[in-house]
Design a protein around this ligand. Structure first.
Ligand code: M6R
Length: 605
């Protein structure tokens, strides 16, 4: 999804902006651009495709001395990915970069066209440029025209604006899309970014802007205002300068590194929460669950799969009613919301537009809310009453892996926590689960033998007319997740299905070119799942079985370890399906970390 960077200071602003955009690449984009303003002169470079095109285009441009600059990676929403549609958008006197969607841009554009302004792009962003220019004709100061401009915008935005007449200043505004200001307190340099990553290593403190906040920065100074134009005191948070965690560390792809990191980040997620005889969360009090008899889990994509898998655990362990919602469906279907429901939005980024909008709806209906999220200070965390962080660290691969793993661990712990405070679980049972939790880091260590086997096997799965990932019980959401991983990065058609449902329709597709990836754990519904796999085998589907127990009828077999409990099998099989998707995609020559058409953080609906 779109990314924003900005810089004000004495250093090489071109390099800083390009480096910042590089850090945002993983979010997905189809064009990019930068503008630098020095002494009333704009230098602008835009290009379609990957960043190296922009780097190439701006190669001969050198910045000397103080400058202000803005940059953007665009993921097309209004208008095709062309150079004209790429940001910054420009007018006579201002250049603008913008994330989000201006919902009333058609009306604004009509008015501006009537006033004689020309539009070059098909984007909603360009109205901001001309609106500012128009307002500047009548307002007493540029600050006032900026305030007036943003007050006329409806929708979501994070935006930066440069004005030719003010070469020492960057204007900013935030409503519904993330925007952070970073400051190097020693030098007075100011930075902007739509997420932490480009700021790490450059600044020591940041301001996470709140919705409705706007203002401008100059060297060493930040002027911040609220919706009503009242000056507000900036709230600084420290930011670590450690960049190491953001690099690939010798792995071929971030996705691979992140799969290998799962064992460690799961340990981090458990730390201080799995204690001697129970579960503790510093973030919540048992009273959060007073009066609650239903839990509503909501997410999109992989986070939706976490929700679905957690449903099995919540009902089984916590004995509480659960409903599971896609953010994009929930927000428009007039759901019946009563105050006995605890609303749990699940999100890696904490910025997913549909999950965020669903959370807002739940809050408006007066529900208690508890976020499960990987990014502190993200919109979803800030809006929820309480939040439990998943501690996965920065996840760069668009295909989510370690975020899913840590979400699953948090929700498993939460199910146990509820069972524990409601006395729905015996100490013996609880101890057993605590033991399983402590074993998960081991179950998710990538075994070289297993990885090698999957790597070799992947060459047999590069064609065919489709994949079915099948499983039962909690292995059904895992099958959905396996299929999503494969289609995201290999671009092969894949579906997840409950193994028992195949005979109700999909089995009609069975033939040797239909690949079935069957999840066959030994500790839950083994015989039932086995029969379902045999039914497919009898129709000549090509079958790859993932199981601890040998399966003679399988065409391919990936042997997992024997575990005492199905939850441990779940986590090991999770690693297997992630690796399988990745190896298939690598063999197909795809960009595993930045698959086509996808974005890491989906901040538009
Ligand atoms: O940041 P979120 O967890 O809210 O994101 C939700 C989905 O967009 C995300 O999980 C997406 O499906 C991933 N690309 C899956 O790998």
């Amino acid at each position: 999804m779109c990314g924003i960077v900005g810089y004000l200071g004495e250093k090489d602003s071109k390099q800083i902006l390009l480096d910042g955009l590089k850090e945002l690449e993983y979010r997905g984009y189809d064009s990019a651009g930068i503008t630098i303003l020095q002494n009333g002169n704009f230098s602008i470079y835009k290009s379609v495709g990957k960043l190296h095109n922009l780097i190439e285009k701006s190669r001969d441009f050198k910045v000397d001395g103080f400058s202000v600059g803005i940059g953007h990676t665009r993921w097309a929403t209004h208008g095709k990915p062309t150079e004209t549609n790429a940001h910054p958008h420009t007018g006579e006197m201002v250049h603008v970069v913008h994330n989000g969607i201006i919902e009333n841009y058609q009306e604004l554009k009509k008015e501006l066209l009537e006033k004689g302004y020309s539009f070059y792009s098909q984007t909603d962003t360009e109205v901001i440029v001309h609106l500012f220019e128009e307002n500047s004709k009548y307002c007493k100061s540029y600050l006032e025209s900026f305030q007036k401009t943003i007050s006329q915008l409806h929708g979501a935005y994070a935006l930066l604006l440069l004005n030719r007449d003010e070469s020492n200043r960057i204007y900013f505004a935030k409503e519904g899309s993330p925007l952070i200001i970073g400051t190097d307190t020693e030098t007075g340099e100011q930075f902007f970014a739509s997420s932490d990553a480009p700021l790490i290593g450059y600044v020591d403190s940041v301001i996470y802007l709140q919705d409705g906040e706007w203002g401008y920065v100059e060297q060493g100074k930040i002027y911040l205002y609220d919706k009503d134009g009242k000056e507000v005191e900036p709230k600084f948070s420290p930011l670590s300068k450690d960049r190491a965690s953001a690099q690939k560390d010798g792995y071929r792809y971030f996705m691979e590194k992140e799969i290998y990191e799962q064992s460690q980040v799961i340990s981090d997620t458990l730390m201080g929460r799995v204690v001697d005889s129970g579960i503790e969360f510093d973030e919540i009090e048992p009273s959060l669950f007073d009066g609650i008899d239903e839990v509503k889990l909501c997410g999109c994509g992989t986070s939706y799969h976490t929700a679905l898998a957690s449903m099995y655990l919540f009902e089984r362990i916590a004995k509480i009613r659960v409903s599971v919602e896609f953010g994009s469906e929930f927000r428009y279907r007039e759901p019946l919301l009563t105050k006995n429901i605890l609303f749990i939005p699940i999100s890696q980024s904490g910025e997913t537009a549909d999950t965020l909008a669903s959370l807002k709806m739940a809050k408006e209906a007066g529900l208690k809310t508890l976020a499960v999220c990987n990014v502190d200070n993200s919109s979803i965390v800030r809006l929820s009453d309480k939040a439990i962080l998943t501690r996965a660290g920065i996840e760069k691969g668009v295909a989510s892996t370690k975020a899913f793993a840590t979400q699953m661990v948090v929700l498993y712990m939460l199910a146990l926590y509820i069972a524990q405070i409601r006395n729905n679980i015996s100490q013996e049972e609880l101890d057993n689960h605590l033991h399983i939790l402590r074993e998960i880091p081991n179950a998710t260590i990538v075994q070289p033998r297993l990885h090698e086997k999957i790597k070799r096997l992947s060459k047999r799965y590069l064609h065919g007319h489709g994949f079915f990932f099948i499983g039962r019980d909690i292995f059904y959401p895992l099958a959905l997740e396996g299929a999503l991983k494969l289609k995201e990065i290999s671009y092969l058609h894949a579906e997840g299905y409950p193994a028992g449902e195949m005979k109700h329709g999909p089995i009609a597709l069975a033939d040797p070119e239909l690949f079935t990836i069957a999840l066959l754990p030994e500790n839950v519904l083994y015989e039932k799942t086995k029969s379902n796999i045999e039914e497919l085998g009898a129709r000549d589907s090509t079958i790859c079985v993932i199981s601890p127990k040998p399966f003679e009828l399988a065409d391919d077999f990936i042997q997992t370890s024997h575990h005492k409990h199905y939850i441990l099998e779940f986590f090991e099989m999770m690693v297997v399906v992630q690796l399988l998707s990745m190896e298939v995609a690598i063999r197909l020559g795809n960009d595993v970390d930045m698959p086509r058409n996808l974005a890491k953080s989906v901040t538009v609906e």
